[in-house]
Design a protein around this ligand. Structure first.
Ligand code: RTP
Length: 134
């Protein structure tokens, strides 16, 4: 299995709800490696760029408000098939569809505030790591 890097972000709702520790524990327990981790508050242009593929959606403004509403924890996570492994750990985008035992299944109830972001492919992971870590 190829060793990959993926970009992970604990969103402002989970930071506010003091879930950082539990989420980090799940990532480490999975066998993946946290290579970098930093708490920061995102600026709006960076969030708008990150979610540019959703710019025409009615929820885009609210999504950008939410993502800039407080600190996030950004990470570079690596390991065998790290992109898919993290997507499995995270669960479905909509917490109503996320299985119990997944991060969103256990900690999120609303698609507008769904606790965690993870890159959807290796190429986007590279772009996102550059965008958020420079
Ligand atoms: P993410 O980027 O946060 O990991 O989410 P994703 O790839 O699983 O899903 P994406 O389609 O890129 O959506 C990004 C974020 O937009 C919010 N969303 N809200 N109200 C809605 O119907 C809706 N749909 C998507 C979610 O917060 C989602 O994580």
């Amino acid at each position: 299995m190829a060793i990959e890097k993926t970009f992970i972000m604990i969103k402002p709702d989970a930071v506010r709800d003091r879930k950082i520790g539990e989420i980090v524990t799940r990532i480490e327990r999975s066998g993946l490696v946290i290579e970098r981790m930093e708490m920061t508050t995102l600026d709006r242009p960076t969030v708008e760029e990150h979610y540019a593929h959703l710019a025409d959606k009615p929820f885009f403004g609210g999504l950008c408000d939410f993502m800039t509403s407080g600190p996030v924890v950004k990470m570079i996570v690596s390991g065998p098939s790290a992109v898919a492994k993290m997507r499995t750990l995270m669960g479905a985008t909509n917490p109503l569809d996320a299985a119990p035992g997944t991060i969103r299944g256990d900690f999120a109830v609303d698609v507008d505030a769904n606790v965690i972001h993870g890159s959807d492919c290796v190429e986007n992971g590279e772009i996102e790591i550059k965008r958020f870590f420079g």
